[in-house]
Design a protein around this ligand. Structure first.
Ligand code: MN
Length: 237
């Protein structure tokens, strides 16, 4: 199975979780929420195995950790994967709106100068603003919307910009999520858990998401997984 957005470093027992995921031959993108967390999180896994670690700077943490851009910049060459980054338009984070935009813009600029980055993006209540930034930073890499909840117009913009989508069990169950997934080409979809936040039982939740996608694509779970396995190969090539 594939988990293209989870927080291994925030799990109760990361070492045990890594062992379970490795035993199940799961392909994983282990995202981080601060640049400071990256080195330790990367050390949880073997280099070049099925689990890869992304360098992140979560928009919800920009207010309390405003000074980690130099660290982000120093470490960016160490990984092809960036995330969790993006914007959060929720009321609780309104006071950091400008700081979030500055950080996300700087990250997309750096991604552009490094080239060929794959970026796992948070866009809660901010899909439009995230799309504006992606539009302003062409050739920043391949944006992968994590748990996309934007409207139909925003979805069409994302598709035109070549964005990908990582999809969890909650999204395949909700009416809005299903409607979006009818419009997204299956070639641009991967599964995710967002563990430990959205789901704790990772393998069960990936199976639910894969089955849900299979239903939409009119295929069984095994066929849906095959589609996403070749998607992943295409994405990282
Ligand atoms: Mn997350």
């Amino acid at each position: 199975m594939i988990d293209f957005h989870c927080h291994l470093d925030l799990m109760e027992n990361p070492t045990k979780v890594v062992k379970e995921l490795e035993a199940a031959q799961t392909y994983v993108l282990s995202v981080t929420t601060t640049p400071k967390a990256f080195p330790k999180t990367a050390r949880l896994v073997k280099k070049d195995g099925r689990i890869r670690t992304a360098l992140g700077y979560h928009p919800q943490l920009v207010a309390e950790r405003p000074n980690e851009m130099p660290l982000f910049e120093r470490m960016l060459a160490e990984t092809r994967y960036v995330g969790e980054v993006g914007l959060d338009g929720g009321k609780e984070f309104a006071s950091s709106k400008n700081a979030q935009a500055k950080v996300f813009g700087a990250i997309l600029n750096l991604c552009k100068s490094h080239g060929s980055k794959i970026i796992s993006i948070h866009s809660r209540h901010a899909a439009g603003a995230v799309l504006d930034q992606i539009t302003e930073h062409p050739r920043c890499g391949i944006p992968v919307f994590h748990w996309f909840t934007g409207n139909r117009h925003e979805l069409e913009r994302a598709l035109k910009l070549g964005c990908w989508f990582s999809v969890g069990a909650q999204m395949v169950k909700s009416a809005k999520g299903k409607a979006a997934l009818e419009l997204i080409p299956k070639e641009r979809v991967l599964t995710e858990t967002d563990a430990p936040f959205a789901n704790k039982k990772m393998l069960t939740s990936l199976s639910t998401a894969t089955m849900g996608l299979g239903k939409i694509w009119k295929m069984d779970e095994g066929e849906a997984y095959s589609v996403m396995k070749s998607n992943l190969a295409n994405l990282v090539t």
